[in-house]
Design a protein around this ligand. Structure first.
Ligand SMILES: C[S@@+](CC[C@H](N)C(=O)[O-])C[C@H]1O[C@@H](n2cnc3c(N)ncnc32)[C@H](O)[C@@H]1O
Length: 302
């Protein structure tokens, strides 16, 4: 188990879909010219990235969805089948468990692999893919892990689209006095170990961008904030309870103040007057073509 339930991932999928930067996604799609487009998705969960990106990427595709959580991989198969049925696309599964979805003339092949990306990142064969994607994953990893991934990308330069990494913004509207203390507790919590060493949390996008730029990639970022308002009352309630639990864990002396804060916030949800913005960023990194000076000539082959 990874601690991410299929229910939570289903809840976040429409918010992610609304928040993602369409421009970076289209640039990623355009950067992969070869067909079929072979894409590796890291920390794929139930396959949300596939469902959002495959329709934007034209033509045949071959996806490899990696996750360490076997329960999520089971849910992944179910969610992908449900998605294909919803759209009335052709769906078949072969003896190896690989799925093929037929969308008009295009074929989208989807394979899943159970792999712990902390223990076994280097098992990935980036040289056999045309692009790498990941969503809501980069903020879980450590700086050492990012160094490992960047090293692999420098040896096999491929476009990378990393969406929905948290950036630390958490703005409750209307504001209340304890928001800041709870935000600080939340930031401390996010920097804990998420299975990769100390998590980069809100620093993830900048650390990744810096390293990829040094390794010869053109890097662009864009905001992809969640706006959680009245139409997501249940989720607002969960966010209040989560903030309260983390606040009480990290600052037990302030538990009764935080409980009052939470009661007030729940009343605002019931009255339909609460909104919460959670800051995220998307990152696109494209390998820069090597430009040789005019005078450069390749040495003759021997
Ligand atoms: C926040 S969820 C995002 C899932 C999916 N990308 C989405 O957007 O719905 C993070 C995912 O990373 C996976 N994960 C966490 N640690 C992992 C590891 N060491 N190796 C592989 N996957 C991991 C979890 O199982 C989970 O599916």
């Amino acid at each position: 188990m990874s601690g991410f339930s299929p229910e939570w991932l289903a809840q976040r999928e429409p918010l992610d879909a609304a928040a993602r930067d369409a421009g970076l996604a289209h640039e990623f799609a355009a950067a992969i010219a070869r067909t079929p487009r072979r894409i590796i998705d890291l920390g794929a969960g139930t396959g949300a990235n596939l469902r959002l990106l495959a329709p934007l990427i034209a033509g045949d595709q071959d996806w490899l969805l990696i996750d360490k959580d076997p329960a999520l991989l089971v849910a992944q198969r179910r969610e992908i089948a449900r998605w294909a049925a919803q759209h009335e696309w052709g769906f078949s599964e072969d003896a190896t468990g690989a799925v093929e979805i037929s969308v008009g003339a295009a074929r989208w092949r989807v394979r899943s692999q159970e792999l712990d990306l902390h223990a076994s990142l280097e098992q990935l064969r980036l040289q056999d893919c045309d692009g790498v994607t990941t969503t809501a994953f980069l903020d879980l990893v450590s700086v050492e892990w990012i160094d490992r991934l960047c090293h692999m990308l420098s040896r096999s330069p491929r476009p990378l689209l990393a969406t929905l990494s948290v950036d630390g913004q958490r703005r409750w509207q209307p504001a209340m006095a304890d928001d800041l203390r709870l935000l600080q507790a939340f930031e401390q919590h996010q920097a804990g170990d998420k299975g990769f060493g100390i998590a980069l949390g809100i620093a993830a996008v900048d650390e990744m961008a810096l390293r990829l730029a040094r390794n010869g990639f053109s890097v662009g970022t864009a905001r992809s904030d969640w706006l959680i308002a009245d139409e997501h009352r249940a989720l607002l309630g969960q966010m209040i309870d989560e903030a309260l639990a983390i606040g009480c864990e990290l600052e037990p002396g302030a538990a009764s103040e935080f409980a009052q804060w939470a009661a007030h916030r729940h009343a605002q949800v019931a009255a339909g007057t609460l909104a919460l913005t959670i800051g995220h960023r998307d990152l696109l990194a494209l390998p820069r073509p090597i430009v040789y000076p005019d005078s450069f000539t390749l040495p003759a082959a021997r």
